[in-house]
Design a protein around this ligand. Structure first.
Ligand SMILES: [Fe+2]
Length: 410
């Protein structure tokens, strides 16, 4: 039970510190081949294509082509228009599809794509220092539009939601799920290349708060859930067991339910304080009427960001969902990302198989297909070989019966 004094410390104030991220005026760009792999250079002299994004794959438009941001290498192009495709020349030679420039090479075609505002290494430095980072407007307007359509928000607010996994509805859901900078950051921050989705991607549309319904309280995320589930028994220190990726499908504002954080609290390796109102308590029927809302005073932070932004944070960070006080639905994708050795929150195999059979699967790049397979198929790799893990219906029935039987005894 909550202490009766708890009411005194929470007076339904909504006065968090507001961090407002502005829409960037400039983005870098990607140059990708037909498979969706990135043209890159490590030494500023020779080119190659690679299946991931780091500083080597970041380009900027220069007068008559592109300049490699980290090394200054220059390429000549036929066009630099975003969304276009072009041949490239390096030191007077055509660039082939694999990045080589040998004489007699067949010229490759490269697609000019929307890139991040900053270098991946800069985002990583911020994430490692602060425990969170914003990839502001890292998604292209085309992807944001697709997500808003599937989520039935913003220009699509009157659209009826479709009962089909979002991944199968629109290729934009695959593009956001495999967004390469956030995946690179997860891999670096969790010290493993072997990462997974903790559950299937979903788009939520948050409507106006009615002033009555129970609300989400403070918590840290899967797999930690300290104080609200306690899945990880001791502080994990440098061994990071989960990250959370919040995608702003709509603009996130203080008034429309942008997430509340206690930024930097991941470093405490501790649960949020009970007196702030934790999820296990706030979801109890009648809690809000009796005790008011969870804490939202000046020790909390709210991050306002334009649609298309990804906020990535250490899953230990204390946070809670905001409340929408506007009449417009606010879209979001809240995604847990975990190392491959953590048991996921939910099975993703059914959704993945539905995606395989969808038109959307045909509409994404080969690179996106490879990446989403890695992210959504949980595996056992052991002495007996490699196996995919999914739900076993027979055994599920058995454990459910046993669980029901044990409950009835008490
Ligand atoms: Fe959460």
């Amino acid at each position: 039970m909550l202490a009766s004094s708890e009411r005194d410390t929470r007076v339904d104030e909504y006065n968090p510190r507001v961090i407002t991220l502005a829409r960037p005026e400039h983005h870098y760009c990607y140059l990708t081949d037909d498979a969706g792999d990135w043209l890159a250079t490590n030494d500023g002299e020779s080119l190659h294509v690679q299946g991931h994004v780091d500083d080597a794959a970041i380009w900027d438009v220069a007068d008559d082509g592109f300049m490699h941001v980290a090394t200054g290498l220059r390429l000549l192009a036929e066009t630099t228009a975003l969304g276009g495709a072009t041949g490239l020349r390096l030191n007077g030679s055509d660039v082939s599809a694999d990045g080589s420039t040998n004489s007699g090479t067949v010229p490759g075609t490269f697609h000019i794509g929307h890139g991040p505002e900053r270098l991946p290494s800069e985002y990583l430095a911020t994430l490692q220092k602060e425990g969170w980072v914003s990839l502001t407007c890292v998604l292209s307007p085309r992807v944001v539009d697709g997500l808003q359509r599937v989520g039935c928000v913003d220009a699509y607010a009157d659209r009826e939601p479709v009962r089909q996994p979002p991944l199968a509805q629109d290729p934009a859901v695959t593009t956001v799920t495999t967004e390469p900078v956030s995946l690179m950051l997860c891999r670096e921050y969790m010290h493993t290349r072997d990462i997974r989705l903790g559950h299937s991607p979903g788009i939520t549309a948050l409507g106006r708060d009615d002033g009555k319904r129970e609300v989400q309280g403070w918590h840290n995320d899967f797999p930690y859930l300290w104080g609200t589930g306690d899945r990880i028994p001791v502080p994990s220190g440098d061994l990071v067991l989960g990250m959370q990726r919040n995608v702003c499908v709509s603009d996130f504002t203080k008034d429309n339910g942008a997430t509340l954080f206690k930024l930097g609290s991941h470093a405490s390796n501790a649960p949020p304080p009970r007196e702030w109102g934790i999820s296990n308590n706030t979801y109890r029927k009648g809690h809000r009427a009796k005790f008011g809302l969870p804490y939202a005073g000046p020790d909390a932070d709210v991050v306002e960001a334009p649609a298309g932004t990804i906020v990535l944070y250490d899953a230990r960070t204390w946070h809670r969902a905001g409340m929408n006080q506007t009449d417009k639905k606010r879209g979001a994708i809240i995604q847990a990302i975990i190392p491959g050795f953590i048991v996921p929150f939910m099975d993703t195999s059914g959704t993945y198989k539905a995606f395989l059979e969808s038109d959307a699967h045909q509409q994404v790049t080969e690179r996106e297909r490879k990446e989403i397979e890695k992210l959504m198929i949980h595996k056992i790799a052991g002495p007996a070989g490699l196996f995919a893990i999914g739900i076993d219906r027979e055994l599920t029935e058995r454990v459910r019966q046993q669980a029901a039987a044990s409950r009835s005894v008490y």
